[in-house]
Ligand binder design. Structure first.
Ligand code: FAD
Length: 460
């Protein structure tokens, strides 16, 4: 047997780093084991590099619009390698910061793969040492899921999209979730002819219907081809790239095919069979509201539990675990009201219920909707509109959902999220003085409902 710790954390991502650092600061002897890079998905191949790419992809529109504001410049050119390499440097810097955070907190970091050998021990796969602990926290995140179709190995996932040698002329993105939609915006913005194929009837399942329709429409207006109700049957190598056959027997050639077809919890080969940890249908680790698994010494947080696969949620779960078990401060994470953004073009910010969810749950619902051309687009001579939508319970006046499509929607929803989390009513929104001239002032200036739902049905 090797060294003993109070806590072993498997995975130095969003949840694992926060839990390990906090537990250590409360006096626990903590080990964190990471098989790839410190920082996890968000920092290394998720939120952060993606947002940097999103910034890059938005410049061409600014160049274009600036002309009507009096600017002129030579035809701008774009160099993918510069963006990719600068992004890599920034990720390396952030990874260093994560290393320092853990070191300064007194955490022992093992750069290895950990596999459970029991509910209180893990084996380091390269080193061979078997560490033991009073508690183990699984924070191994998720991994891209690629459908099992012939030739799927020719495609890439978001992991590889961050490291392409060069941009293709044409890309096919498979999937309709937020990662698919965001990458469609990135590639299209960087000048790649982009097609998105999704097997469902509309992209962004789970989002408000108006949001889904508006974003799909505007993505198409920006030149992204969206093929809905379309699946892939096979991929084959062709002279100039990859030949894709769709399930309607049509085929087309692309330089790259990117699968953004969901993510699976990272439980494969983790040694769960040596414990009595229960997993669900997607192989996610089943936990209670304080992240306990069915094995009393093992806990799990973040994407591996498939509760809400978002960084701030994993961080909260990691912090709540440390507070509860190492600071004698029982802490719960509520997963019902999570503000979130999609960094698509146009951007989405959302919190709370969609119109359909509210209609199904409440007897009478007021829907306030403002769709308008933002000031920037009037002089910029762009047709694109933005949308602000508020959904309230007509009986209590409580705001049930806020949905924004447009510039800085992610920033705006963070603030609106505070009000909704506090249980704000429409009257609270109304008595807030508008900030003028902004788009977000719509949140406090929509006086009359656009329509009312009774028992889920629109009434005039
Ligand atoms: C392309 C993309 C974009 C995203 N954008 C956003 C966004 O804009 N906003 C947002 O909130 N979220 C975003 N996410 C989701 C976010 O990245 C995750 O929700 C978050 O990283 C989950 O944190 P975690 O701690 O559960 O796991 P992770 O951050 O995935 O960390 C898990 C770590 O465990 C390590 N590991 C796995 N198995 C082992 C093992 N056996 N031994 C040792 N180490 C192991 C992995 O290498 C990894 O470093 C994005 C994800 C992707 C893929």
């Amino acid at each position: 047997m090797g060294r003993h710790f109070d806590l072993i954390v498997i995975g130095a991502g969003s949840g694992g780093v926060r839990a390990g650092r906090l537990a250590s600061s409360y006096g626990a002897k903590v080990a964190v084991v990471e098989e790839y890079r410190l920082g996890g998905t968000c920092v290394i191949r998720g939120c952060v590099p993606k947002k940097l790419f999103v910034y890059a992809s938005r410049f061409p529109e600014q160049f274009e619009v600036s002309k009507n504001f009096g600017w002129s410049m030579e035809e701008p050119t774009f160099d993918w390698q510069t963006l990719r390499d600068n992004k890599d440097k920034e990720i390396q810097r952030l990874e260093g910061i994560y290393g320092n955070i853990l070191d300064n907190a007194g955490v022992t970091v093992f750069r290895d793969r950990a596999e459970l050998t029991s509910g209180t021990s893990v084996k380091l796969q390269k080193d061979g040492e078997e560490l033991t602990a009073d508690r183990i926290l699984i924070a191994t995140g998720g991994t891209p899921f690629v459908p099992n179709i012939p030739g799927a190995e020719l495609g890439i996932t978001s992991n590889e999209a961050f490291h392409l040698d060069e941009l293709p002329e044409k890309i096919l993105i498979v999937g309709g979730g937020y990662i698919a939609v965001e990458f469609a915006g990135i590639f299209a913005g960087l000048g790649v002819k982009t097609t998105l194929a999704y097997r469902g009837p509309q992209i962004l399942r789970g989002f408000d219907e108006d949001v889904r329709d508006m974003v799909a429409e505007q993505m198409q207006a920006r030149g992204i081809e969206i093929l809905t109700n379309t699946d892939l049957s096979a991929l084959e190598k062709s002279d100039n790239g990859i030949n894709v056959t769709f399930d309607n027997d049509q085929s087309a050639e692309f330089g790259e095919v990117m699968f953004a077809t969901g993510r699976s919890p990272n439980t494969k080969g983790l040694g769960l069979e040596y414990t009595d940890i229960e997993v669900g249908a997607r192989e996610e680790i089943i936990v209670d509201e304080q992240s306990r698994t069915s094995c009393k010494t093992v806990f799990a947080v973040g994407d591996v539990t498939d509760r809400a696969a978002l960084t701030p949620v994993a961080i909260r779960e990691g912090a709540a675990f440390a507070e509860t078990f190492y600071n004698d401060n029982p802490t719960f994470v509520h997963h019902d009201l999570i503000p979130t953004a999609v960094f698509s073009e146009p951007e989405i910010g959302t919190i709370g219920m969609t119109e359909t969810q509210a209609g199904n749950r409440y007897h009478k619902v007021n829907v306030y909707k403002a769709t308008f051309r933002p000031m920037m687009n009037t002089l910029g001579d762009k047709a694109e509109k933005e949308m602000y939508k508020l959904i309230t319970d007509a009986d209590t006046d409580k705001v049930l959902g806020v949905h924004v499509v447009g510039h800085a929607a992610g920033e705006i929803i963070q603030m609106a999220g505070i009000a909704v989390t506090m249980g704000a009513t429409k009257a609270d929104f109304d008595r807030t003085i508008a900030v003028h001239p902004t788009a977000a002032e719509e949140l406090v200036t929509m006086k009359q409902p656009s329509y009312v739902l009774e028992y889920g049905k629109k009434v005039e």
